[in-house]
Design a protein around this ligand. Structure first.
Ligand code: C2O
Ligand code: CU
Ligand code: CU
Length: 460
């Protein structure tokens, strides 16, 4: 394959965030990512040290790919710890999935790994390490992936917000990234809420224009409850995939959109026509709602209407045959006492609290077999039974599934890769096992994942 253009996000980090970047993309996107230590001014006037990113001084950039066009990333590990890179939500060949021991060996200091795949689905996805996950994610290594549609839907601006917390003390430096207390409950929460590594950033968008706001919840624990008071627009996609019927924008706390760790939402927003007017992205938080980010209308007034947007085209995902589907139950619960996880080179929190089907994940794929083995091409319903009093965003790698039933609520049947399983809920998810390999399957509250709530599903 001849490369007609090369782009290195490692070198062009800041440039990659500018709107002109998309225009540079050609038939193949080729980037390099250098995982390295970083520092940044998260709190005014203090540099937070000891962060992890793909650049020395800011968040991992938005990676833009084109649907159906080859993508290559050379990932270099410039940290002393082991790592891997995972492309969350993308349906790709198993050996490119970035899961240590399951699909590749961890990448050591000074080593590189070439990831090569062609994204099949357009939409909003994200990337993060899958080794030393708790440490590296908590220290900053989470970024958004945009897979552009072959045909642009007609927005005036495309803004990505990477929502996440950092656990900082009053001196702006990291404090303990996890706690046993948190790991055994809903996770250990950060102290500073950010969007794109900034506290309440202001993003400019053309007055009267149409904005595609891509929101990714990449925190290790927080379930966001999002709303945009007074905003005009729609939710057009969830977890990368277009909604057949767009949903109204949540305007208040009681209608807030739950966005759990790993999940994404694409919003179509009509900006106010008056220069200087703003739209706030809020989340429910203990005490009072918090502003996560603000959009400010700038420039001469465009006169765009939401109805001018082309509806997003559905991604081509095979429909499971529910009448013939094989049903497998998976129970999420407390872990039997005693075992410490053996996590090889990829880090352990030092204790076990959680399990799937009564088995806590030992971390090293060699140590335990698949939770379920599926036949390539068969339709499947996984019945996810939550016996615990906590919520778990359950994520399946390499495939897209639909949530088809819940014992507690009405569910939306859009395609997803991460479903929020509420306390004591039973959720049925359905898909066609069309991608062969060993696919990680875990809770995306990283402290749950790293203390047992993980496993893998084999498609053979
Ligand atoms: Cu977002 Cu197993 O990962
Ligand atoms: Cu994933
Ligand atoms: Cu969990």
């Amino acid at each position: 394959m001849t490369l007609t253009r090369r782009q290195s996000l490692g070198l062009l980090g800041a440039a990659a965030l500018t709107p002109g970047f998309a225009a540079l993309a050609s038939t193949e996107t080729r980037i390099s990512l250098r995982i390295q230590s970083a520092s940044a001014e998260l709190l005014k006037g203090v540099m937070t040290q000891g962060m992890v990113s793909t650049r020395p001084d800011g968040p991992p950039p938005v990676i833009r790919m084109k649907q159906g066009r080859p993508f290559t990333a050379k990932v270099e590990n410039a940290t002393p710890d082991f790592t891997t890179m995972h492309w969350h939500g993308l349906r790709l060949p198993n050996k490119m999935d970035g899961v240590p021991y399951l699909t590749q060996f961890p990448i050591g200091q000074g080593e590189t790994f070439d990831y090569e795949f062609t994204p099949q689905d357009a939409g909003t996805y994200w990337y993060h390490p899958h080794c030393m996950t708790m440490e590296q994610m908590a220290l900053g290594l989470t970024g958004i992936i945009v897979v552009e549609e072959a045909e642009a839907p007609g927005f005036d601006a495309d803004i990505a917000l990477n929502l996440r917390d950092f656990r900082l003390g009053s001196d702006g430096q990291f404090i303990d990234l996890w706690t046993a207390r948190g790991a055994a409950r809903a996770g250990t929460f950060g102290t500073v809420m950010t969007a794109n590594w900034a506290v309440e950033p202001v993003e400019e968008a053309p007055a009267g224009g149409l904005v595609r706001l891509r929101i990714a919840a990449t925190d290790t624990a927080r379930i966001y409850k999002l709303f945009l008071p007074g905003a005009t627009g729609q939710i057009i996609a969830l977890d990368g995939h277009p909604l057949i019927a767009p949903l109204p924008l949540p305007q208040s706390e009681d209608t807030a959109l739950l966005l759990a760790p790993g999940q994404r939402a694409d919003l179509a927003i009509a900006m106010p026509v008056t220069e200087g007017e703003t739209i706030d992205l809020m989340t429910h938080a203990p005490g009072a709602p918090r502003r996560l980010a603000r959009l400010r209308a700038t420039g001469g007034t465009l006169k765009r209407e939401l109805s001018e947007l082309k509806p997003l085209t559905a991604n081509a995902i095979p429909e499971p045959d529910l009448a013939k589907a094989r049903i497998e139950e998976l129970v999420f619960g407390w872990s039997p006492e005693g075992d410490l996880p053996n996590d090889g080179l990829c880090g352990t929190l030092g204790y076990t609290f959680w399990s799937i089907n009564r088995t806590p994940w030992p971390g090293d794929a060699a140590g335990s077999g698949p939770l379920v083995t599926l036949k390539h091409g068969e339709s499947v319903i996984l019945r996810l039974r939550n016996e615990s009093p906590n919520d778990h965003p359950i994520h399946l790698h390499g495939l897209a599934f639909r949530v088809i039933a819940s014992n507690r609520r009405e569910v939306s049947p859009h395609w997803t890769d991460t479903a929020l399983l509420l306390e004591k809920e039973v959720l049925d998810i359905a898909f066609v096992a069309d991608n062969p390999g060993d696919w990680a399957f875990h809770c995306h509250v990283i402290e749950h994942q790293k203390t047992g709530l993980a496993g893998y599903i084999r498609i053979a």
